[in-house]
Design a binder for this molecule. Sequence first.
Ligand code: 5GP
Ligand code: ZN
Length: 140
Amino acid sequence: MADRDPDCIFCAIVAGEAPAEIVDSDERTVTLMDINPATKGHALVIPRRHSEDLLAIDDDDLAACAIAARRVVRRMEEALDPDGFNLLNAARVAAWQTVFHFHIHVIPRYEDDPLKLPWIPRGADMDEISAIAATIREGQ
Ligand code: 5GP
Ligand code: ZN
């Protein structure tokens, strides 16, 4: 994959060809404010190099994004005084990905914000969990 996808909005932002509120950057990453924030301060950490998703991004860019996310969390802690944080990545359509340039959502949380846990915790028997664990281990 080339460093840039000509049809990608996040690549255009990295190139300075589309507008964005950038709050942090380094040689591998850019962090910008989400245009449709889930809470006050919602930001997106993206790699400068185009990668479609979590499966495609290389280890060094992924590590740089994780470190940038924590740097931004620390800055938000000072600037916004939130009550907590969620980091979220959506990989593929079934998991809610809508922009196909890897990104980590950094979502400051507030006790009175409207977000809800996106799944209903459900019980499963230990045999089922063990069988799935074995399948995942075999995939290594
Ligand atoms: P996804 O659904 O892929 O996990 O997240 C994509 C995010 O990108 C969404 O939260 C959406 O609001 C944000 N987004 C989409 N287009 C733009 C844009 O042009 N600029 C900015 N700043 N955010 C965008
Ligand atoms: Zn891109």
